[in-house]
Design a protein around this ligand. Structure first.
Ligand code: NAP
Length: 133
């Protein structure tokens, strides 16, 4: 990101990164905010891992929401984060867009952040990925 910022003749708008409850992205999220860019999060569903998570399921039950909504809400409730999501089902598209009428508590936000586990990076193509921070 720093190289791209230095080399670009135009201002950059966003940094798109893998971001879900299991991957610690604190260094990159902070650096992206400091650089004045939006954070665009992909792989929020952690290739389906979120759907069987007991904590996420409990929070979803409490709010009478789906797990995907809880994850997307957790993302967009963080400063400067835009969440990408993808579905082949129209009903899920509507569900996934409906994350602006409820709010997670600070305790719930913090609890989701404790789900970070080593080795949770998903997108890591051998010939393309950098040495990660
Ligand atoms: N820059 C990069 O390297 C990179 C990498 C990956 C993705 N992306 C971008 O990110 C976008 C989003 O892709 P993603 O893989 O990150 O999407 P995602 O939303 O994390 O995961 C999509 C998967 O979750 C399922 N899903 C979505 N909503 C659901 C719901 N409400 N309930 C149950 N299952 C649900 C979908 O299945 P169904 O279709 O069956 O609903 C699909 O299998 C992509 O279009 C791409 O542009 C970028």
């Amino acid at each position: 990101m720093k190289q791209a910022l230095a080399l670009s003749g135009q201002g950059l708008v966003t940094n798109q990164l893998e971001y879900h409850p299991y991957l610690d992205q604190h260094p990159l999220v902070s650096a992206t905010r400091e650089a004045g860019l939006a954070i665009t999060a992909y792989c929020g569903m952690a290739v389906g891992r979120v759907f069987s998570d007991p904590l996420l399921r409990a929070i979803a039950r409490r709010h009478q929401r789906g797990v995907a909504q809880v994850v997307l809400r957790w993302l967009v409730q963080q400063e400067g984060v835009v969440a990408l999501s993808r579905t082949t089902l129209l009903d899920r598209l509507t569900e996934n867009a409906a994350v602006f009428e409820f709010e997670l508590t600070q305790n719930e936000m913090a609890a989701i952040a404790t789900l970070v586990r080593p080795g949770s990076r998903i997108v890591n193509p051998p010939d393309l990925a950098p040495v990660w921070d």
